[in-house]
Design a protein around this ligand. Structure first.
Ligand SMILES: NC(=O)c1ccc[n+]([C@@H]2O[C@H](COP(=O)([O-])OP(=O)(O)OC[C@H]3O[C@@H](n4cnc5c(N)ncnc54)[C@H](OP(=O)(O)O)[C@@H]3O)[C@@H](O)[C@H]2O)c1
Length: 215
């Protein structure tokens, strides 16, 4: 596939390199694309660098990997097509503090509403980039589960395949409401900041949704 990366820092560079290794064509973008020469050299011949809008035009799927406070500006520069598939890796830390949204909606829902018309799936946000790079591609019982959430079934199918090809077991936690389970704050026994394998991830989700129903 053709994949565009918006924000080629810790998480964008890491995921882009995993996708390139899996054989995809990746366009890393930056507000200063000339500064990405080293990344492109390391990531390999099926990668190149460009502007944020070029990443959107190139990508059948776009990875949004900018700091929370840069999301608005990045989305404006991206000019997403209607129906574009966007993987949202962001966590809602603004100037170091955790954001809470009106109505208690998830950060995924907040971003999906401002990325008007795009089909946003949240993934690659629960574990650090260094950890992801280290554990990608593990096999058998050691393979790491990657939780994801979103409202559009078809977009989620595409994202699940990309998660799998990047070396993790895709694990669907649900839609906008369930995205809370994969977002900060870190709650021991939930998904954000925790490593799970597929079987334990299923048990965790059962416990979290069961707990929610009793409330
Ligand atoms: N770091 C992790 O381990 C990790 C793990 C999971 C999720 N996340 C989440 O992923 C997102 C990115 O984190 P990161 O650690 O990868 O950040 P990072 O290393 O600082 O890289 C983010 C990139 O975003 C670009 N950027 C910054 N402000 C921008 C703006 N206003 N408009 C457009 N582009 C902008 C910058 O690229 P240019 O200056 O080149 O344009 C920068 O290289 C965050 O929301 C974070 O919460 C991070």
């Amino acid at each position: 596939m053709h994949l565009g990366i918006i924000g080629s820092g810790h998480i964008g560079a890491t995921v882009g390199k995993l996708w390139a290794k899996a054989g995809h064509s990746v366009l890393f973008s930056s507000r200063n694309p000339e500064q990405l020469a080293e990344l492109v050299k390391v990531a390999g011949p099926n990668t190149h660098a460009g502007s944020i809008q070029e990443a959107t035009e190139f990508g059948e799927v776009v990875l949004l990997a900018v700091p929370w406070d840069g999301v608005e500006e990045a989305l404006a520069a991206a000019k997403l097509r209607n129906g574009a598939i966007v993987i949202d890796t962001t966590n809602q830390f603004s100037a170091g503090s955790l954001q809470v949204f009106p109505g208690g909606i998830s950060a995924l829902e907040f971003n999906a509403r401002r990325a008007k018309g795009a089909r946003v799936v949240k993934a690659y946000n629960t574990l650090t980039s260094g950890f992801l790079a280290k554990v990608a591609g593990r096999s058998g019982q050691q393979r790491v589960a990657m939780p994801y959430a979103g409202e559009d079934a078809q977009a989620k199918q595409v994202v699940a395949r990309l998660i799998s090809e990047s070396g993790f077991d895709p694990f669907d936690v649900g839609g906008w409401s369930e995205a809370h389970f994969i977002e900060p704050p870190r709650r021991p026994g939930a998904f954000y900041g925790e490593e799970w394998q597929l079987d334990t991830a299923r048990a965790v989700l059962g416990r979290l949704t069961g707990y929610q129903e009793k409330e």
